[in-house]
Design a protein around this ligand. Structure first.
Ligand code: ASC
Length: 126
């Protein structure tokens, strides 16, 4: 799928960049730094949920590097489990966002953020 390892690294970093942008927009709303607009939150949550499925195909054998720690490959089962936890959490965030229930969004947002951080702690360079 990728011609060079650098292409895979660029792909996964690009996905995370766009995900973080949408997640950050929801974060501002949850923190009260931006007004709540149901449609905007729903759109951003849908972007995050869709993009959450993409990075993993770009962590194949021989694509070590970027900001990824070697543990992604040496402890791949744990990495996969962490990735699945995140994908489930952002599906839940998307469900809450589509409902427009601000309390549910807050809770689901916090849970999703914890799964981002959990994976970074073990698998991303500081
Ligand atoms: C973000 C972002 C992350 C997560 C993480 C949550 O907005 O870019 O990686 O939230 O910081 O703890």
């Amino acid at each position: 799928q990728f011609k060079k390892p650098e292409d895979a690294i660029k792909y996964r970093q690009s996905v995370y960049t766009v995900m973080a942008n949408s997640f950050g927009k929801i974060s501002a709303v949850v923190k009260g730094e931006a007004p709540f607009n149901k449609d905007d939150v729903a759109k951003n949550a849908a972007v995050v949920a869709t993009l959450s499925t993409l990075p993993w195909q770009a962590f194949g054998p021989g694509t070590e590097g970027g900001n990824a720690l070697p543990a992604v490959w040496s402890d791949n089962a744990k990495f996969k489990a962490a990735s699945e936890k995140m994908q489930l959490a952002v599906v839940n965030l998307n469900t809450a966002a589509q409902s427009g229930d601000q309390e549910a969004i807050k809770k689901a947002f916090a849970a999703a953020g914890a799964t981002c951080k959990g994976c970074h702690d073990d698998f991303k360079k500081k």
